[in-house]
Design a protein around this ligand. Structure first.
Ligand SMILES: NC(=O)c1ccc[n+]([C@@H]2O[C@H](COP(=O)([O-])OP(=O)(O)OC[C@H]3O[C@@H](n4cnc5c(N)ncnc54)[C@H](O)[C@@H]3O)[C@@H](O)[C@H]2O)c1
Length: 444
């Protein structure tokens, strides 16, 4: 199929490159001309395993990037909207989505062939059939369903494994205003044999995405609340508790030697909180949408509240050992919100760094790939950036591990080599507590 994608961010570029790999002809529309230039040169605008190779293979042939929305929509059969949907502090901000819809509508006004418009961005239930439809219809003078298709196709990729997630998805969810729209979307995903395909209406598809993300956020905050109680009682390590919970038959398949852990168990672990461009904003948006519809989303409000308090738990843990952090050299390991990405949006590292600076600590930070994006986000703050893990550990009296990067497994060994014994606060409980002389961690 001939596909246009509006927005070449994390979702747009990955979707575009992967659909090209699946044999479609894809054009990505991006307002940021510098990003378009980078993509044209075959340089991935984000750090994502396998993306560079897909761009090398398809750039200029099955995959193109442009700033011209009108050409892209005119030349394709289906358009996926993959622009940002931030939370503005009160509700979801649909400005980018409705603006894109209006721009698409203007082109549809003069297009004779039938076109299908699909919202891939995460939007609260009712958005596609409401504000998006309104924007498309008023700009085009045409009617959704009768004159053009209108669908939803939420994205479930995880940054860090985005290409693999897209190429081998756990499910494909498609929503549509009518069967014709759903058929067009089913055709787009025809190359994904054996993957459960959920065909439904637009609002249900939108809600599946929110319910999925909210479940993960609730599980993380549940684990963190249990961890806090373990710390408060004493003599209980939350890591041992969760290891026991993980053995539940509900979290495993098979038996005996063939027993295997359900991946969802990884969300039942204590840590220093969830971040990123999705969970915090999506849960906040759903809570707000619940309120607007007369439903108080108490579980999800609590999940956010527990998450917001995670940086305080880190500082409390440090203060069990050091009553004052004034002038103490503290190294923060990890700036990306999760490993294997350079995305620092809503990273838990930022509120932790803010608390450390407020306590008067001298902060050094290290991340294997996210230093540049973090430096931009933290501009003006007195944070030093180390160029290597070894350099980051060399002067530290306190080490706070925030992101579960594989490289950080080497911390105990490196500290031994350097002959140093800083207090290590393990915000992800990824290190062996017996391998470090001064160890503290969430849920300990
Ligand atoms: N990042 C993820 O892991 C992820 C996963 C699943 C779903 N989502 C959802 O997908 C959507 C996009 O997320 P993202 O992380 O890719 O966002 P992003 O901010 O990385 O990318 C959005 C891009 O769209 C561009 N853009 C905005 N308006 C445009 C327009 N009118 N025309 C052309 N380009 C335009 C922006 O310049 C930007 O490059 C959001 O709704 C998000 O919640 C994200």
């Amino acid at each position: 199929m001939r596909v246009s994608i509006i927005g070449a961010g994390y979702v747009g570029i990955v979707t575009g490159a992967c659909l090209a790999e699946k044999g479609h002809s894809v054009v990505c529309v991006e307002v940021d001309a510098a990003k378009v230039e980078r993509i044209r040169r075959g340089e991935p605008p984000i750090h994502e395993e396998g993306l560079a190779e897909l761009l090398r293979r398809h750039s200029g042939t099955a995959f193109r990037a442009t700033t011209s929305l009108s050409e892209a929509v005119a030349e394709t059969d289906i358009t996926l909207i993959a622009v940002g949907t931030p939370f503005d502090g009160r509700a979801i901000d649909l400005t980018f989505v409705t603006r894109a819809a209006s721009e698409i509508g203007l082109i549809l006004a003069g297009k004779r062939e039938r076109h299908t418009v699909v919202v891939k961005s995460t939007v609260v239930p009712g958005t596609t059939d409401g504000p998006v439809r309104d924007a498309l219809e008023s700009a085009s003078g045409k009617q959704a369903g009768a004159d053009f298709g209108l669908g939803t196709n939420p994205e479930f990729l995880t940054e860090g494994t985005a290409i693999a997630d897209f190429m081998r998805p756990d499910r494909i969810v498609i929503g549509g205003i009518d069967e014709r729209t759903l058929d067009a979307l089913a055709q787009l995903y025809a190359g994904f044999d054996g993957v459960p395909l959920i065909r439904t209406n637009n609002a249900t598809a939108e809600m599946i995405k929110y319910a999925s993300n909210s479940l993960l956020a609730a599980m993380i905050s549940f684990s963190n609340e249990i961890a806090d109680l373990c710390s408060a009682i004493g003599g209980i390590d939350a890591k041992d508790v969760m290891a026991g919970v993980h053995e539940s038959a509900y979290l495993n398949t098979g038996s005996g030697g063939a027993r295997s852990r359900a991946p969802i168990a990884s969300f039942l672990e204590a840590g220093c909180g969830f971040g990123g461009s999705c969970l915090p904003k999506d849960v906040s948006a759903l809570v707000a949408h619940g309120g607007a519809n007369g439903v108080d989303m108490r579980v999800l409000r609590s999940a956010l509240e527990v998450n917001r308090a995670r940086p305080d738990r880190v500082i409390e843990g440090l203060k069990r050992h050091l009553p004052s952090l004034r002038g103490v050299p503290v190294t923060v390991l990890g700036l990306a919100f999760k490993p294997d990405t350079d995305d620092v949006r809503e990273s838990p590292a930022f509120p932790i760094i803010d608390r450390l600076l407020a306590e008067g600590a001298t902060v050094t930070a290290y991340d294997p790939v996210a230093t540049d994006s973090a430096q931009r986000a933290l501009a003006g703050k007195p944070v030093h950036y180390a160029g290597s893990l070894e350099g980051a550990l060399a002067q530290a009296d306190v080490v706070v591990l925030v992101t579960r990067w594989r490289e950080f497994a080497a911390v105990p060994e490196l500290l031994r080599t350097l002959g140093r014994a800083p207090l290590v606060f393990d915000g992800r409980r990824m290190l062996d507590k017996n391998a470090i002389s001064r160890y503290e961690g969430i849920g300990l």
